[in-house]
Design a protein around this ligand. Sequence first.
Ligand SMILES: [Zn+2]
Length: 144
Amino acid sequence: MAKHFNQKEYQIQYRKKNKEKIAAYNKIYGKKHYLLKGKAKKDNNIASWEGYFPEIIKCEVCGVETFFNKKNLIRSVNFDHRTNKEVIKGSPNRWLLAHPRTLENQRIWESCSFGKLCLKCNRVLPTTNREGWIQKMLKYVSSY
Ligand SMILES: [Zn+2]
């Protein structure tokens, strides 16, 4: 009686025999390679915007100093959708990561006129009905 072909066993044996070949292939085509390549592209994109923004960006609400592209999240500038009519709908930072600084991209960015806030001010501002929310806050803090 002929022995049945066991695919799983064959794969295990194949991997054992070809460890180096598989590692070399993964180095070129593996997931890690693409992740690193993607990260390098994002790093290059964001770096291309350095110099476009002032070195120190004051929060438009509280005046605290923030910085563009600082690894420290607390000190980083937060770009804020002022009107929700901006062409860039999602996260402005994510857009900057995905788009190198070109004249066209600069024009798109400038058409948005994002607010520049510190983390704290950006966090307390809701996305919608901001004025109503602030009025409620004012009512609350002046009620005692
Ligand atoms: Zn602030």
